[in-house]
Design a protein around this ligand. Structure first.
Ligand code: G3P
Ligand code: MG
Length: 254
């Protein structure tokens, strides 16, 4: 039986501040097979790990990443807005900052089996040159781990593939496309990262592709169990601990 991998979405964002070192560390401790994170580029050309184009929602700062330097971004807490999480000990981790991609790769260094999905958030601002910088950081600090580059913005993925034909690229989709296999073959995609509703509501359409799908963001018990039944390649979830529990529970009865 093929084993579905469990990826922690923005680390372990259901219980820890999203896209922070503590969130990634906890996901690793929980035993994830992989981690998903989002990257943007600062005014001074650094690659930072944050979901939004702006600091406002997830930090106590504000402004666009593209308009701020890394030292300016580092002034703000990436944990302060998440003090309500029961498992997040703000007293201990209150200094949490927006991490750079390099810092996350360094954190992952001793866990080379943990796969990494780097989502390039290039569909609003193009961040000229971001693809080359991301590839270079992975080359320097990736410790030869499996890295999958994903984006809603197809040109970013094609640039990555042009620069490194061995790179694994995955197109992020939240709506159906015609002939998905044709896209995958034409652009040498390793996989498709598709929203859970697309799969769960149209299982028949994807029946021959399940092994090539990482499905996001499946959080309910029901969704997780359905996707485990379908044996998709990976589930991307805010609650990796829960998904790992259900997957491992099945193994005990095989
Ligand atoms: O990569 C899957 C998922 O993260 C895509 O959506 O908005 O959570 O980055 P978002
Ligand atoms: Mg993402």
């Amino acid at each position: 039986m093929r084993e579905t991998k469990i990826y922690g979405h923005r680390g372990s964002m259901g219980a820890y501040p999203e896209n922070t070192l503590i969130s990634f560390q906890k996901a690793i401790e929980q035993g994830v097979d992989g981690i998903e994170l989002d990257v943007h580029m600062t005014k001074d050309g650094e690659i930072v790990v944050i979901h939004d184009e702006q600091l406002d929602r997830t930090t106590d700062g504000n402004g666009f990443i593209k308009d701020l330097t890394l030292p300016e971004i580092k002034e703000y807490s990436a944990g302060a807005k998440f003090q309500h999480f029961e498992s997040y000990d703000y007293e201990t981790w209150g200094e949490e900052r927006v991490p750079t991609l390099q810092e996350v790769l360094e954190l992952l260094h001793d866990f080379p089996k943990v796969e990494l999905n780097i989502e390039l958030k290039t569909y609003i601002f193009p961040y000229f040159g971001i693809e080359e910088k991301v590839l270079s950081l992975v080359e320097q600090y990736g410790n030869n781990r499996k890295v999958v580059y994903s984006s809603f913005h197809l040109p970013s993925l094609l640039r990555i593939k042009n620069m490194d034909p061995t790179a694994k690229i995955a197109w992020l989709l939240m709506q159906g496309i015609s002939h998905p296999v044709d896209y995958m073959e034409t652009f040498a995609m390793e996989s498709l990262h598709i929203s859970k509703d697309m799969v769960l509501e149209n299982v028949y359409d994807y029946k021959n592709l399940l092994q090539n799908l990482r499905v996001w963001t499946a959080n309910s018990t029901d969704e997780i169990k359905q996707l485990l039944d379908l044996q998709v390649q990976a589930i991307i979830t805010d609650y990796p601990e829960k998904a790992l529990f259900f997957r491992n529970e099945r193994k005990m009865f095989v």
